[in-house]
Design a protein around this ligand. Structure first.
Ligand SMILES: NC(=O)c1ccc[n+]([C@@H]2O[C@H](COP(=O)([O-])OP(=O)(O)OC[C@H]3O[C@@H](n4cnc5c(N)ncnc54)[C@H](O)[C@@H]3O)[C@@H](O)[C@H]2O)c1
Ligand SMILES: O=C(O)C(=O)C[C@@H](O)[C@H](O)[C@H](O)COP(=O)(O)O
Ligand SMILES: [Zn+2]
Length: 362
């Protein structure tokens, strides 16, 4: 498979290349956008030993000077500590504005490396080579970068578009089952927003093995949709908020679970629980939640968590970025393929959630 999807935004335009075995020809792909320069190759402790040498060898052959920076795997690395460590290493390596950062890893590496690239020297060039399903379908596209704060997810970050996103579905063969499945949580989110053939496609995913088999198709459908949304509203003034479907409850439960839940698992909980609440109010069409639940359960994604509705959950929820003037915008589905915005005072939404979770359980 070889597909090119353009992303056109106000700040920067670039291509997403989906190329099976693309890592084997990484040099050719990089040379499409970058002349020889110094590259900080940022990866994590799981991905580095699998793929960094292959990447490094090719780049060196093409006259690029590579400095490898490896961070610990996992969400905890999206922190001031690792952001500072990366920036210090860029400075120690005398990286200039002519040089670049290449993120090789999952969403954690991409979000952190992207943030470092966007603020070091007020911005140096950046390329994403996403290696997890979640990063290939979602986080490598659209330019959101971030670290977390103890109070909430992604509370520090920038919008900073890369020069290229190179997606090689073949690297998913080494991804552990739990990470593959969590990435699929974001795919179900996209498919529910889009509806039609994309939604039908997820209806065929009856177990986690089917995710692997359909990976290239799922990646392309997700990325095409996300590219369109980002092109229309790069900095999330309105339409891009749709991509946050499931994330208000999802981010809050992820934060409250303190590392126990992966992001895509928390999103799955958020999708299901939010749809359930809206369906009970007849704002979402009957049986929508059941269709979402079937897809999530088929691959073993969770629908609930003990942290839902705890004080820590409500604390985290109050840091949602869709809050302004004490009003929160929730994204919900009128039906599959028909998302909409629901904006109400934050305290009203919290009271509603508290009542519903008490009445109907989790
Ligand atoms: N910027 C955005 O638009 C955006 C969108 C969605 C999610 N995110 C963020 O992305 C993060 C989650 O990303 P993630 O799910 O990729 O997590 P992750 O980066 O922690 O990767 C998951 C695990 O898989 C390993 N891994 C990755 N690729 C591998 C491969 N090919 N083979 C073997 N192991 C591999 C990683 O080392 C890690 O242990 C969260 O922080 C979330 O907030 C950002
Ligand atoms: O790209 C976007 O926009 C998204 O909302 C995609 C989400 O899947 C992703 O988790 C994003 O990082 C959430 O951003 P946040 O601004 O809600 O922290
Ligand atoms: Zn997400």
């Amino acid at each position: 498979m070889e597909k090119t999807i353009p992303v056109v935004t106000k700040s920067h335009s670039y291509e997403i290349r989906i190329v099976t075995q693309g890592l084997a020809n990484l040099l050719g792909e990089i040379q499409r956008v970058w002349s020889p320069r110094k590259i900080a190759l940022i990866t994590d402790e799981n991905v580095g030993p699998l793929y960094a040498a292959k990447v490094q060898q090719q780049l060196s052959k093409g006259g690029f000077a590579v400095q490898l920076i490896t961070i610990p795997a996992g969400e905890a690395s999206k922190s001031w500590e690792f952001l500072e460590k990366i920036i210090q290493q860029l400075a120690a390596g005398h990286f200039s504005r002519h040089d670049g950062v290449l993120a090789l890893g999952g969403g954690v590496v991409g979000d952190l490396a992207g943030l470092a690239a966007s603020i070091y020297l007020r911005g140096i060039a950046f390329i994403q080579v996403p290696t997890s399903l979640l990063a290939q379908v979602d986080s490598s596209v659209g330019g959101k970068t971030a670290i977390d704060l103890p109070t909430g997810k992604n509370l520090v970050g920038t919008f900073y578009q890369p020069d290229l996103v190179l997606i090689d579905p073949a690297v998913l063969t080494t991804l552990k089952r739990r990470s593959l499945v969590e990435g699929y949580g974001e795919v179900v989110k996209c498919a529910a927003l889009v509806g039609g053939n994309f939604w039908q496609l997820t209806g065929n995913i009856e177990n986690y093995q089917a995710i692997r088999q359909a990976a290239a198709e799922l990646i392309e459908a997700s990325v095409r949709f996300k590219a369109q949304v980002v092109a229309a509203d790069e900095t999330e003034s309105h339409q891009r908020q749709l991509l946050n479907f499931g994330h208000t409850l999802g981010h809050a439960v992820e934060q409250a679970a303190a590392g126990r839940l992966f992001h895509g698992e928390a999103v799955a909980i958020g999708l299901y629980q939010l749809s359930r609440l809206f369906e009970r109010r007849h704002l979402t069409a009957a049986k929508t939640t059941a269709q979402i639940a079937v897809r999530l359960k088929a691959v073993g994604l969770p629908l609930s968590d003990p942290q839902l509705g705890t004080p820590a959950f409500y604390q985290a929820l109050q840091h949602d970025k869709k809050i302004s003037n004490q009003q929160l915008t929730l994204i919900y589905l009128k039906q599959i393929g028909q998302p909409d915005f629901y904006r109400r005072p934050l305290n009203q939404i919290i009271t509603w959630l508290q009542q519903e979770l008490l009445t109907t359980g989790k």
